[in-house]
Ligand binder design. Structure first.
Ligand SMILES: Nc1ncnc2c1ncn2[C@@H]1O[C@H](COP(=O)(O)OP(=O)(O)O)[C@@H](O)[C@H]1O
Ligand SMILES: [Mg+2]
Length: 313
């Protein structure tokens, strides 16, 4: 199958008696975004390290860009770019010097190297800060610089390990745009994330990793069909009020113990207003009202019956 950028089968990895990867199979088509979704400690970084030749698996096979990671590590490394979970940026160097270092490592001729550095600084909106030490950069700028460094040499397969964890919403959106740009250029992206929304926004295919096993796989839509959608949660003061509300909202799910009602909703202002009006008309007042968008916890609860809490390390 030449159209697979990454193919792993039966991957296993343990640290002493702790099993971290317990038989993982992955197929990533070239030119697509594959997202490995999982909470802290699920084994995402371990998977990335194995796929990128940084770590040797205890069992299983991996082919990346058609090369075996065990016997052709050099060829694999030549085909990929990796942005680790913890920035590879040297804080004492300026943005430009960090990029120049990558260009030198990859042995580009001087003139071409200069052109690449200037181009990447421009593309990531870092030209203005290029002369300042990376230590002075914001988290978002540092991640951008890190990704720019990964792009030196134009790898066709890129691994991004939690590229937006800890970023503010605006920097996260910038990062998403950059990733979309790479995909538009035909690059294959292997992305790990703890955010369902991020996987939903970017991925063609999502695999959910839980304690070293894949517990679900599919397109974002296939996955979301298995979990509760956006809904409004209403909590009432009395069982009588809950009864009335449940009657006027037949599509809702009730929880008699918590005195709550879960009403499917798109979360938009129009439908929220309509819902509140309806309650008003019937003279029922909710004690609390919240809009709930599904997150990783909902995915895990729906798929595994437990939340994302990490088992003690
Ligand atoms: N070098 C190591 N030695 C021992 N345990 C490790 C090592 N690296 C990772 N682990 C453990 O393996 C599990 C998965 O880690 P990791 O792959 O970093 O998860 P994630 O990236 O999803 O947060 C964790 O329980 C972690 O403590
Ligand atoms: Mg990690």
């Amino acid at each position: 199958m030449t159209d697979l950028a990454i193919e792993a089968s039966g991957l296993r990895k343990s640290y002493k008696d702790k099993v971290v990867l317990d038989g993982i199979d992955l197929k990533v088509r070239a030119g697509t975004v594959f997202s490995l979704l999982g909470p802290n400690g699920a084994g995402k970084t371990t998977t990335v390290n194995v796929l990128t030749t940084l770590l040797t698996a205890d069992g299983g096979t991996v082919r990346v860009a058609g090369h075996d990671v065990a016997s052709e590590a050099k060829a694999v490394r030549a085909a990929i770019g990796v942005t680790g979970q913890f920035a590879a940026v040297d804080e004492l160097l300026t943005g430009r010097e960090n990029l120049q270092l990558m260009v030198d490592l990859k042995r580009f001729p001087t003139a071409e190297g200069k052109r690449i550095v200037a181009e990447l600084l421009d593309r990531f909106d870092l030209t203005e800060s290029a002369g300042k030490p990376a230590a002075t950069y914001s988290g978002g700028m540092r991640r951008k610089l890190d990704l720019a460094m990964t792009l030196v040499g134009s790898p066709r397969i890129i691994f991004l390990d939690e590229p937006t964890t800890g970023l503010d919403p605006r920097s996260r959106r910038t990062m998403w745009q950059i990733i979309r740009g790479l995909v538009a250029d035909g690059v294959t992206i292997f992305l790990t994330t703890q955010y369902l929304e991020e996987a939903d926004q970017l991925a063609d295919q999502i695999a959910v990793l839980d304690q070293g096993r894949l517990v679900a796989e599919g397109t974002p839509d296939e996955l979301k069909r298995q979990i509760p959608g956006t809904h409004v949660r209403l909590r009432f003061a009395t069982a009588a009020q809950l009864d009335v509300a449940a009657e006027i909202l037949p599509g809702a799910t009730r929880d008699d113990e918590a005195l709550t009602l879960r009403v499917p909703s798109d979360g938009g202002t129009a439908s929220l207003r309509a819902l509140l009006d309806l309650l008003d008309e019937h003279a029922v007042a909710a004690e609390s009202f919240s809009v709930h968008t599904p997150d990783l916890d909902d995915v895990f609860l729906a798929l595994t019956g437990h939340t994302t809490e990490v088992v003690a390390k």
